[in-house]
Write a protein that binds this ligand. Sequence first.
Ligand code: SF4
Ligand code: SF4
Length: 65
Amino acid sequence: MSLWIESSCINCDMCAPECPNQAIAYDGKQYQIDDSLCTECAGFYDRPACVEVCPLDCIEALPSV
Ligand code: SF4
Ligand code: SF4
């Protein structure tokens, strides 16, 4: 499972420096999470670091189908 960033993101750049896998990048319009790199911080933190720092709470877990 990965995480995704909602369109309410204000591109504040709080999350990207916190990611241990460099999975968050600005794509020219908005910050995005590369789901091939995101491990939900497994082995680094107990909870996703990006979610912890986002001031808007706009990083969501993808619903598992
Ligand atoms: S959950 Fe962790 S690994 Fe995934 S994007 Fe957020 S900070 Fe990076
Ligand atoms: S911390 Fe939240 S609002 Fe800021 S760039 Fe990341 S996702 Fe967007």
